[in-house]
Design a protein around this ligand. Sequence first.
Ligand code: DHB
Length: 313
Amino acid sequence: MHTPHPLQTNIGTLVLENPVMNASGVWCTTVEELNQIGHSQAGAIVTKSMTLKERSGNPEPRFTVEEGYSINSMGLPNPGVDYYCQHIKDLERGGKPVIASIAGFSVQEYTELMARVAEQPFDAVEVNLSCPNLEGKGIFAYDLETASKILEKLRGMLTKPMGVKLPPYLTRNEISQTAKRFIELGVDFVTLVNSYPLGCVIDADTRKLKIAPNGGVGGLGGKALKPIALGQVLLFDQESDHKLTIIGVGGVDSGRDVMEYLIAGASAVQIATALHTESPSIFKRINKELSLFVKEKNITSLADIIGTVQPAV
Ligand code: DHB
């Protein structure tokens, strides 16, 4: 019988060669960047969050990498949904599933975006309900009723896997309510988490803010986000009784980081800050580290470790 590759994993009905992919926003805005992910050892390709109209995004500087974290307030710069729909057919995907990320400013806009991407050969859709950088706009995912209204509409429009990208929550109760509702709505996967909102960097010498948009605040990512994201993965897995498929995001920079997310309950992970710093060759390095770890522990299938976290004592 055919033995599956030891790093193989599933996201709903999708089969991934390995559990490591880019996070939406990093190295995925243009066809050239998406093709580079396609040529890399990533397990899947995620697009930049696409909007109905092309956007130039927030004024620069809008991104900074610091020691141990990054802060961004990009403001959704992207060439618009038509661009991705035009180019999806000839994307050099290297056999990988392509996940379309969509971001609207109203229920109506999400519906229009889904109508467009649902008829194209994307393999799944990640509904971004958590962009923290739009001045004067709330984060949809912090309002479960509005989020549910959007997802209920979108679910009826897509037969392929549908996921939701979420921000970090502050209480177990919010996570529990959200997880239970999403299962009822037929959400296939949750991507945990988007950057932590309202982070700030100041240079003490010049007294200047490091980023310009939104009065100097943006989403925190990188290593500093890892314990926050890992906690969200752990609690979503617990509160959903292991019934939601989870993609972990936040501070992944090694095979060991990937293992931690899998143990907490994730079926795959995404990389943002470290991908920006290291380029798509990072997927080869991390998969090699993960392979070695798995071999050392005599793990024959990732399915055997997902959600197998042990109590401290
Ligand atoms: C942007 C940032 C996000 O965290 C997100 O989910 C979508 C867009 C941005 O600023 O471009």
